[in-house]
Design a protein around this ligand. Sequence first.
Ligand SMILES: C[S@@+](CC[C@H](N)C(=O)[O-])C[C@H]1O[C@@H](n2cnc3c(N)ncnc32)[C@H](O)[C@@H]1O
Length: 245
Amino acid sequence: MDRWIAATHGAELRRAADPTAVDLGYGAAPWTAVELLQRLRTAAPRTRVVGVEIDPARVAAARPYERAGLGFRHGGFEVPVEGRPTLIRAANVLRQYDEDEVAAVWDRLRARLAPATTASRGGLLVEGTCDEIGRRHVWVALGPEGPRTVTFATRLGSLGRPSDLAERLPKALIHRNVPGEPVHAFLRDFDRAWAAAAPYASYGARQRWMRAVRAVSADWPVRDRAARWRQGEVTVAWEALAPRG
Ligand SMILES: C[S@@+](CC[C@H](N)C(=O)[O-])C[C@H]1O[C@@H](n2cnc3c(N)ncnc32)[C@H](O)[C@@H]1O
């Protein structure tokens, strides 16, 4: 997720006057915020990261790790930082909430993002879910205007088939992996393409994944290119996967 943010949002972070990235709900230890800072600074060296946690004990535990460009604050969806962040990342936070709460939380967080201007698309909200060690990860990216994309990311060597990622769909989609819903149809088509790409497995899972993504891109609005597919990712337009109704 950090790599994807640096690649897709690095230019916005470089352009911003005060590039602030928020790691919302960073958890029991500060490592995700520490790693986010390191990763984003490779793309945008002036970036600072603020970790925000609703649990005061977790803020106290993170404080010793504060350093130039990295701070921790107590708070929640109000996002208690000055100004409008260039990035808000919320990983494995909304999975604790109910599906019908997601839209309001998204709206609240989007309203905190840096606004779009003639020179910028504005800030980015990245909200998703992964397994414990980040090998399977799915996230939605939203701009100030609304949801943009859904990204599926996996460590390819550990993947049985693309629909293995279904168990890590973000809250807005995880209850929609049922017949009749677009995300279910996408994963079904992706599994078919993966099966059809089996002959490429002898060249490695990466070649098989790239072949399968190329095949699904004939029918689905894939928004990224082979350089990202090589990383075990695929990004699809939100409109194509959004829940019905
Ligand atoms: C499962 S942990 C995720 C930790 C880390 N982001 C990760 O992906 O490894 C979820 C964290 O979100 C925090 N959290 C829940 N609701 C929150 C909110 N409204 N604002 C900030 N943090 C919140 C919880 O206290 C918890 O530490």
